[in-house]
Design a protein around this ligand. Structure first.
Ligand SMILES: Cc1cc2nc3c(=O)[nH]c(=O)nc-3n(C[C@H](O)[C@H](O)[C@H](O)COP(=O)(O)O)c2cc1C
Length: 320
């Protein structure tokens, strides 16, 4: 192996810093060795109250893994991944394969523009073709996307109201959210005021109420009647399944970004056991729910919300 390979592995871990994560906790750590890249969960950045099993932590790590793989492919590397789904969560072996691939380069660019959009979705619904592509993207990466019908969306709205209320009434959960959300967030993690709606927008299914009164995002007026809701789910409910779900989330989010679709993950119903069970029943008990997603068409006339901060490379990547 060459130092060139090690450099590319380090660059892939660097690109993975852009991955989405619950409350922007970035709960991962990379170790770059001469010929392999190892992904570890960072327990110090786990949400102990909202995510005691590490489901959302592992899902976030899966999104980071997928980001690293996109970066390696863009550089002309072929990657093979072992997923012990314990410690480490994944090991990436990479070998130079050919010249940089323009389609893969394009995906790398999409990683850089992808973001969470908490603004009201525009009145233009996502086309059936794009929805199909997002479903295929999730399937390719090893998970499934169930797009909800109107009745199911109304049931989801009630579920999310209940999970949100239960969290609001739990002092420890409120305190945990406050640790990660609101303010300027100059330390490189969490959600700054600039991405939190100044006022909760009118939506069929409520957005997460972070309990922050200093939000600065203009979420727009109108009602998101054109938004679609979907459940990312899979066959099992083990860490290996959560990791795959994270990879699928990243894969489908890239496809959404390519088509101008806005994605908003809603995880509170997955965090609470009683609503997670209700989501499972909604899936006809054929799968385990990992995340609810709101899908809409991004507002083409206004720039999206700013990017959330990230930890520095030195804080999450160790080159040995
Ligand atoms: C597993 C997971 C769960 C999330 N849950 C929520 C949520 O319930 N509500 C919300 O507004 N954003 C949610 N997000 C979005 C994150 O807050 C967002 O990814 C993070 O702040 C980084 O910002 P970015 O996606 O714009 O890069 C979630 C993201 C992930 C990966």
């Amino acid at each position: 192996m060459t130092t060139g390979t090690t450099d590319r592995l380090a660059a892939a871990a660097d690109a993975a810093r852009l991955a989405p994560s619950v409350h922007n906790t970035q709960p991962w750590r990379w170790v770059v060795r001469e010929d392999q890249l190892e992904l570890y969960a960072e327990p110090g950045r786990q949400l102990r109250e909202q995510d005691p099993d590490g489901r959302l932590l592992t899902l976030s790590c899966g999104a980071a893994l997928h980001h690293a793989l996109v970066a390696l492919t863009a550089e002309g590397f072929a990657a093979r991944v072992e997923r012990p789904a314990a410690t480490p969560l994944a090991v990436v072996h990479a070998e130079p394969h050919g010249p940089a691939d323009p389609a893969a380069m394009r995906r790398l660019q999409l990683l850089r523009v992808r973001h969470t959009d908490r603004r009201v979705a525009s009145e233009e619904p996502i086309s059936a073709e794009v929805l199909h592509e997002l479903t295929e993207a999730a399937r390719r990466a090893g998970a499934r996307l169930a797009v909800l019908n109107r009745d199911q969306v109304l049931q989801l709205a009630v579920m999310i109201e209940h999970s949100g209320e239960a969290q609001q009434h739990d002092e420890r959960m409120r305190a945990e959210t406050a640790e990660w959300v609101g303010g300027e967030r100059s330390e490189g993690t969490g959600l700054p005021d600039t991405v939190i709606p100044a006022e909760l927008p009118l939506t069929t299914v409520a957005e997460r109420d972070f309990g922050v009164s200093t939000g600065k995002l203009d979420a727009g007026t109108g009602h998101d009647t054109a938004a679609q809701y979907a459940i990312l789910h899979g066959d099992g409910d083990d860490p290996a399944d959560w990791l795959r779900a994270g990879e699928a989330l990243s894969e489908l989010w890239l496809a959404a970004t390519e088509h101008g679709a806005a994605v908003l993950p809603l995880s509170s119903p997955v965090e609470m056991g009683f609503t997670r069970q209700a989501l499972r029943r909604m899936l006809g008990e054929t799968g385990y729910p990992f995340l609810v997603l709101r899908l809409g068409t991004a507002d083409p006339d206004h720039a999206g919300p700013p990017h959330t901060p990230r930890l520095s490379a030195e804080q999450v990547i160790e080159i040995v």
